[in-house]
Ligand binder design. Structure first.
Ligand SMILES: [Zn+2]
Length: 113
């Protein structure tokens, strides 16, 4: 949640309707676990009305030696084709806010009337 908090400081929490988060399968964060934690603490934060949409990102690795590209289900440290260890991890490690939906009309309860 600390990572998310930092990303969200530019926004007024009350205007945020949805937060789309991308989570790589190898980011170290379990989507179900994060969803559970968010639901748990959300009510006590300004984001209690916000819907968190978590999207799992499959891994995408590429071997620098032979160019083989694959989507590993395990965090392999070597290429399955040439056993090379020079691997570009193109996807699967991310953990970031992809987009944020902000309410168009801000309803401010200023206590008037
Ligand atoms: Zn290779």
């Amino acid at each position: 949640m600390e990572v998310l908090d930092k990303e969200l400081v530019d926004y007024d929490p009350l205007t945020i309707e949805q937060i789309f988060v991308k989570i790589g399968v190898f980011s170290g964060v379990h989507l179900d676990q994060l969803q559970f934690n968010i639901d748990l603490v959300k009510e006590t934060t300004p984001f209690n009305h916000t819907e968190f949409v978590l999207e799992l990102v499959q891994a995408d690795f590429r071997c620098r030696d032979c160019g083989h590209r694959w989507s590993p289900v395990d965090y392999l440290v070597s290429c399955p084709v040439c056993q090379g260890h020079g691997i570009d991890r193109l996807a699967g490690m991310e953990l970031f806010i992809d987009s944020i939906t902000v309410a168009e009309e801000q309803e401010v309860d200023s206590g008037e009337g």
